[in-house]
Design a protein around this ligand. Structure first.
Ligand code: SF4
Length: 500
């Protein structure tokens, strides 16, 4: 993976600052709760959602098992349609290929469709080092780029910013990147969108090279698919004369019938839309060859491995490659909601980042060794995942790998795995819980004592626990333990009623 995030501290350390930032927590809470409620409503409308989810899982698993076959089929189809396929083993090779292709056009600027793969390899930085300027055209990516920031969400990269912050970024930075922000720009969404539209329009019309990723690649015809909401992708894919697409090898589906499943599940899972607003599909150079119609005259597809083959070799971990980047798991994750995306030290934050980044990067750094612990294992991510990735299962599996890695050692500049800090305290807490749960009388007495003394309970923990509770609210103990309430309202203890 890209070296952009190498050197990040472990997740707990990186998250500490984020959880203490009340504005950030407010922005994240508002955004994630809004998206998750809309998604739940959109999914509830579909009576066969469970079948679609299972179909998505089966298609992806089948394709991953025969990836070698489908990749060759895709290459043949793309080549037959006038495109050129390049194979990149890692980020450096992909960056070298793309930089060379742009240089061969004689251009020094490109427009970009939002793409996780190009972020993963640090393409913008690699192009900049060679004197090529890349303009992000997705609104949220533009905000991140202008603000010299880092993305913190797969779908909404500027989710950590509120409207006032975005207005300030536009006012301060747009001028340095071309057209300045309009005089008196306010934080009204319509005004912000119009400022971005005016800023980007001239870049679309001027650009000779477009760079994209792809949500899907159809092996049988060599067709690439980009799914987006703003129309900026359509502009980047159709206006420039040369199009370069960098796509992870796992994004392949065998047939158009397979694609149909994901075009139903992705919009509802990501933006809670029944149908995606802009779905662009292209096969090779198409109409562009004839000098008329839409589409580029030259098309290059860079197929990116960058750790995916190694991930595929892990029987438990390989299910992470099913991911269609909908971000539903981020929006329901209680850890992501509080820590935000930057703490994950990767372009893939949240639950999917916690299982994908350590596998793609080889769990060789402190941040990667800590990511499998960035979860409460509540399972909400699995429940919403449209391709049924059992994220908790992979997290536990990766924790085993971290623990088996033993104490930290260094080989050159590589840091070998070590168990995350705090395991001693965790073991002591588990021992205490086992003792209490195996003694019902003691547990009940403790619950009653806690209820009767609830007015005396502190709102923050003392001693070493103070840091933990500084960024969290301790739950209020109920006035009456559940078992007593049950006995009072149901005429007997839960155990007695179960026995009847
Ligand atoms: S893991 Fe599942 S829920 Fe999360 S982004 Fe990927 S497809 Fe969506």
């Amino acid at each position: 993976m890209s070296g952009t995030f190498v050197g990040m501290p472990a997740f707990p350390e990186a998250a500490r600052e984020a959880v203490a930032d009340a504005t950030l927590r407010g922005n994240l809470r508002h955004a994630t709760h809004t998206i998750r409620a809309k998604r739940a409503a959109a999914v509830a409308e579909v009576s066969d959602w469970a079948q679609l989810r299972e179909a998505g899982r089966l298609i992806k698993d089948h394709t991953l098992r025969r990836l070698d076959h489908y990749l060759v089929q895709l290459e043949e189809a793309v080549t037959a349609a006038g495109g050129t396929v390049h194979w990149a083993a890692d980020a450096d090779e992909a960056n070298r290929i793309v930089t060379r292709l742009v240089k061969e056009t004689g251009e020094s600027e490109v427009v970009k469709v939002k793409s996780m793969a190009t972020q993963e390899i640090g393409l913008n930085e690699a192009l900049e080092a060679e004197g090529i300027r890349a303009y992000e055209t997705d609104l949220a990516e533009l905000i991140v780029q202008l603000g010299k920031d880092r993305p913190s969400h797969i779908l909404v990269p500027a989710i950590h910013r509120n409207r006032g912050e975005i207005r300030d970024v536009f006012r301060a930075e747009m001028g340095a990147w071309g057209r300045p922000a309009p005089e008196g720009l306010t934080d009204r969404p319509a005004e912000l969108a119009e400022a971005a539209r005016l800023h980007l329009r001239e870049k679309f019309l001027r650009a000779k090279v477009g760079i994209s990723g792809a949500n899907f690649m159809v092996a049988e015809t060599g067709t690439l698919v980009v799914v987006e909401s703003e129309g900026n992708g359509r502009m980047c894919l159709t206006l420039p004369e040369t199009l370069i697409s960098v796509v992870g090898i796992e994004k392949i589906v065998p047939t158009w019938r397979d694609l149909e499943v994901f075009l139903q599940t992705l919009p509802r899972s990501s933006t809670a839309e029944r149908m995606n607003p802009y779905t662009s599909m292209w096969t090779g150079t198409g109409d562009g060859d004839a000098g008329e119609g839409d589409g580029p005259r030259t098309f290059h597809l860079v197929l990116l491995d960058n750790g995916r083959t190694d991930t595929l070799a892990d029987e438990v971990g390989r299910q992470a490659l099913r991911c269609i980047r909908c971000s539903a798991c981020l929006n329901v994750c209680p850890v992501y909601e509080r820590a935000g995306g930057h703490a994950y030290g990767s372009v893939y934050p949240g639950p999917i980042g916690a299982i994908l980044s350590p596998q793609l990067r080889g769990t060789a750094s402190e941040i990667d060794a800590s990511l499998p612990y960035a979860s409460s294992l509540c399972g909400a991510c699995y429940d919403v995942c449209p391709v049924a990735i059992d994220i908790p299962e992979v997290l536990v599996h990766l924790r085993e790998r971290v623990v088996e890695g033993g104490p930290v050692t260094r080989a050159g500049n590589r840091v070998v795995l070590k168990p995350a800090k705090g395991h001693g305290a965790e073991r002591a807490a588990m021992r205490a819980a086992r003792w209490a749960f195996s003694r019902p009388g003691a547990l009940r007495a403790g619950q009653r004592l806690a209820s009767r003394t609830r007015g005396l309970h502190p709102r923050t923990l003392p001693g070493p626990g103070r840091a933990w509770s500084a960024a969290r609210d301790l739950p209020t103990v109920p006035a009456e333990p559940f078992r007593d309430w049950w006995q009072r309202t149901n005429g007997g203890s839960a155990e007695e009623r179960t026995a009847k």
